[in-house]
Write a protein that binds this ligand. Sequence first.
Ligand code: SF4
Ligand code: SF4
Length: 148
Amino acid sequence: MLNDIIWSLWRGWTRLRLHVMGRRIVVRGSCKLCGKCCQGIFLSWQEGWIRTPEEFERAKEDHLGLARYKITGKKRGFLTFTCTWMDENGLCADHEHRLKLCRDYPKPDLYFVSGQLSDHCGYRFVEEKDFSKVLDKANPADDTSTEE
Ligand code: SF4
Ligand code: SF4
């Protein structure tokens, strides 16, 4: 419980710090096809990262593909899941038809749930200057309209 509160504070603080400093989290690296991101993972849907079994039931009604996951525990206030589509080698048994969330893994938002990725993973979260904000500052309101 205390751990969950500390993580929640860390998330709030990190979002605020990044915003103030004009920085953002990006994903760097490449996949080593180890299959570790199919086990002990966090899942999200439109209401955010899943925290309770009841929420997971609702999420499955909206996203049938989530039915392939089973709850394996809880970490930092969020449920953890393992996919039942892994083969005996711990790899995806139907890689061709894996879900979009598998194809998109890891998204920067995951940083605010898990902190860094596991050491097995070939990707890392990296903090970088958010150049879109730098450009916004350099070119404030676009007043080049041709209104006459
Ligand atoms: S569908 Fe395949 S790639 Fe996606 S989590 Fe399951 S085993 Fe892994
Ligand atoms: S844990 Fe990382 S390196 Fe391993 S399969 Fe998943 S994305 Fe690829």
